[in-house]
Design a protein around this ligand. Structure first.
Ligand SMILES: NC(=O)c1ccc[n+]([C@@H]2O[C@H](COP(=O)([O-])OP(=O)(O)OC[C@H]3O[C@@H](n4cnc5c(N)ncnc54)[C@H](OP(=O)(O)O)[C@@H]3O)[C@@H](O)[C@H]2O)c1
Length: 248
């Protein structure tokens, strides 16, 4: 049990990478709180996690809802040991068609939501705690139609270093996991026509040296490593889980 007696907060823990990680954290002995915004997915996550999980509703684009959710976690468990700031979403659009609303919406969730989740939970993190965030292979490449999503992930990569520097004196480590194409509902929410989605998905997988999309469970294991004492001397880093896409 790598996380016995730990309390872990997982944003975006109702689907895909977050849900797989929440289940793995629970199996390793943690009490897990997942945050999502859809009532239906929250119910399903609560059922999947059972008695060692709590599913909380918050729209992370709204800092007041983050405050309320963290307050609930602290009221229930007293303190937090692990934060996996993972919630993210995007809409695809060529850069000359991106609207101010689309720009703000993606930054509100992927950057501001992540930043204030970490800021508010850090007040309640036990010294020696661990923060892991989800970046993306997109922060190192240029992909048509994904300029805003990619920029949010590059911003988050930078935050790992800055917040890592500020929390290091408390022994709190801050790291990123950087997934490649992972089989989750994420891409289906980009707003692309089905045929375009299929073609771009196939082209992306063809560019992966391991020639397949990854499974959420493969990312979850990397997050567990970073969150646990196995990574006790690792901070400010980004662990790439992308089948070699950005590395080979
Ligand atoms: N899948 C990939 O290929 C891939 C590749 C690189 C990076 N990533 C990153 O991995 C992370 C997880 O994505 P995933 O693939 O697991 O996608 P996913 O299955 O779509 O999960 C996204 C999660 O974020 C939550 N979320 C979305 N908007 C929210 C909001 N406004 N407030 C609170 N929660 C919100 C969703 O909950 P609700 O639906 O309940 O709102 C869901 O739990 C994201 O940051 C994504 O950018 C994914």
């Amino acid at each position: 049990m790598k996380l016995a007696n730990k309390v872990a907060l997982v944003t975006g823990g109702t689907s895909g990478i977050g849900l797989e990680t929440a289940k793995l954290f629970r199996d390793e002995g943690a009490k897990v709180v997942v945050i999502g915004s859809s009532e239906q997915r929250l119910k399903e996550a609560q059922d999947a996690l059972g008695e060692n999980g709590v599913a909380l509703r918050a729209d992370l684009r709204d800092p007041a809802q983050i405050d309320k959710a963290i307050a609930e976690v602290v009221e229930t468990y007293g303190a937090i040991d692990i934060v996996f700031a993972n919630a993210g979403a995007a809409k695809a659009a060529p850069f000359d068609a991106v609207t101010p609303e689309q720009f703000d919406d993606q930054f509100a969730l992927n950057v501001s939501g992540l930043f204030f989740t970490i800021q508010k939970s850090a007040l309640h993190l036990r010294d020696g705690g661990s923060i892991v965030v989800t970046t993306s292979f997109l922060n190192t490449v240029g992909t048509p139609g994904l300029s805003i999503l990619s920029a949010t992930k590059a911003a988050v990569r930078s935050l790992v270093r800055s917040i890592g520097a500020e929390l290091a004196p408390r022994g709190i480590r801050v790291n990123a996991v950087s997934p490649g194409p992972i089989d989750t509902p994420f891409a289906s929410k980009l707003g692309l026509p089905e045929e375009d989605l299929r073609k771009s998905g196939e082209a992306l997988v063809a560019a992966v040296p391991l020639k397949r999309a990854g499974h959420a469970s493969e990312v979850a294991k990397a997050v567990l490593f970073l969150a646990s004492d196995d990574a006790s001397y690792v901070t400010g880093a980004e662990l790439v889980v992308d089948g070699g896409l950005t590395q080979i």
